[in-house]
Design a protein around this ligand. Structure first.
Ligand code: URA
Length: 204
């Protein structure tokens, strides 16, 4: 028989899983990224928010949603009376994918293979946290959680129940608000996202 230490033990909690994910080589994105950015939050959280992938600042800090999109996210959660410290926040893809442009690193979209490879970790986070609701922030998260591409603008605000019973709330990614230049449009889009977060709070 195989000696027991040959088979990696199943992670029994989020800190163990985070530790395991540090050495992830399931797709090539680990090569250029600084570190794995794993999910964060209480293991008994009622809700999991899933973003796309860490950005430049998240890659350096090792924490999800701490950069510009994270600031927008935090302020809207606050307005919706959702306490970020009580929710679990993670990403569909856990390494930063970018193109170097001079000294800057420009975000680049994860592809279907990278999303699929990283689903392994997201599934385990879902298994351990067992949330009542998962919020897909944007197309990448929705694709990872639902196993197919879904039209975000059409599905936004909808709750989709998966075959395993998990409820997935679909909405936009907060970076979408960040990119709007026109002040009125930006304010309107922020308000729509705030309404989505108020719905989430009722569904939690
Ligand atoms: N955008 C994401 O999708 N996730 C982060 O962690 C930061 C920005």
């Amino acid at each position: 028989p195989e000696p027991p230490d040959v088979v990696a033990p199943e992670a029994e909690d989020i800190p163990e899983l985070r530790e395991e994910a540090k050495g992830c080589r399931r797709c090539p994105l680990w090569r250029d990224a600084t570190q794995t950015v794993f999910g964060e939050g209480p293991e008994n959280a009622d809700v999991i928010f899933v973003g796309e992938q860490p950005g430049d600042q998240e890659d350096l800090a090792g924490k999800p949603f701490v950069g510009p999109a994270g600031k927008v996210f935090d302020s809207i959660l606050d307005d919706a009376a959702i306490d970020r410290r009580k929710v679990y926040v993670t990403n569909a893809v856990k390494h930063f994918k970018f193109e170097p442009r001079g000294k800057r690193r420009i975000h680049s979209k994860p592809n279907a293979g990278e999303i699929q490879a990283c689903r392994w970790w997201l599934d385990k986070e879902l298994d351990l946290v067992k949330p009542n609701l998962v919020v897909a922030l944007g197309a990448t998260a929705a694709q990872s959680l639902l196993g197919k591409a879904v039209p975000i603008t059409k599905m936004r605000g909808d709750v989709i129940e998966r075959e395993d019973g998990l409820r997935v709330f679909v909405t936009i990614h907060p970076s979408f608000i960040l990119r709007i230049r026109d002040h009125e449009d930006k304010a309107a889009e922020r308000e729509r996202f705030l309404q989505d977060m108020r719905k989430v709070r009722k569904l939690m």
